[in-house]
Design a protein around this ligand. Sequence first.
Ligand code: 6CS
Length: 386
Amino acid sequence: MFRKKGLLVSIALGASLVLAACGNNEDAGTGANNDPNEGNNGANENNVGANDDNNNNNNDDDGNNEAAVEPEYFWDFVTEEYQGDVQYEYAAEFAKRLEEKSEGLIEMTVYEYGGLGDGVDQAEQLMMGSTEFGIVSPGFTGTMVPEAQVFALHFLFPDDVALTQEILNTSEALNVELRAKYEEWDMTPLAYWTEGAMQWTGSDPLRTPEDFDGFQIRVQDSPLIRNSYEAYDANVTPMDWGELYTSLDQGIVEGQENPIFFIYSAGFHEVQDHMTVSNHNNYVAMTVVNTQFYNSLPADIQAMIDETVEEMREVGFQIQEELNEANITAIEEDTENPTEVYYLNEEEREAFRELALPIRDFFRENNGDDAGKILDMLEAEIEAAQ
Ligand code: 6CS
């Protein structure tokens, strides 16, 4: 079994993981449903533990019945990762806060990876409105919103992850222009947030662009991620991450990129001898809501969602920071599965940066009508922030 080593999120909010297991989205509008007993929509029950302590338990400590608040909204929140990983912990905390704010009117079911299909399936369900909320990696929407592949560009965001998060929070290029592009597909990104800097792992050391020559690297199915590695002369294989451990183990692919927390939690370091701390990009995730669903909600409910999104900016940042810090140590100290960790110096990073820069022009010309506008705006925002 390829995962996982059971590292628990030690942050204070990690204890409040899971939620009421009674989602139902047959109602295509607000998700309002007067029959909570209809059951959930076929999700893996193991993935969605019922929260014994949720706010729909109307018994007080003496077993007396308090004034009952019946949930009116039953919403699903899908993620691309497992419990204990950044996306799931974010979604669980988001759901808990929203349920509390609504005093029981809202009931959310959080799904881990695989609960409703793979990353591409999940993005499609959000677009169709069969799922209300989701965390989406832009890499999985590359064919729908080509401009969103801006996140695939290497060495675009600052190395400082906190500064990157600030830019993600405030960028007009992303929060206005790119959001409008997603809304054409009925998906509204309410927030963009980092899951940490991206690093490489390989069966061989990856320290120079020459090391990538002919190297077989797994990428998410996004054309611009492919182009970015072709600039280093690598051979790219798009693949869902669920197949990646086995593919690395069997040598079907030789390496991959991901944030540190995920390299450890997915166990990739167990089947890779080398890891390069390259910080060549940031893993950006989006908190997405189906646009029609969101627009159809009453103003007070929308305001609760917006408030939760704002609160989660700092919380999400802490979750990723803590997990990334813990997991680099865990990788370095895993003597059963030794991985040589190499930190690129600035000169070594510069060699990659030079090859990566022309991909920005490729993006401008090939990634949708507004690619140039969005990248120009974003570059100016990044420069101003630095
Ligand atoms: O590499 C991937 O595809 C996965 N990586 C992360 C950090 N989250 C989910 C995603 O699907």
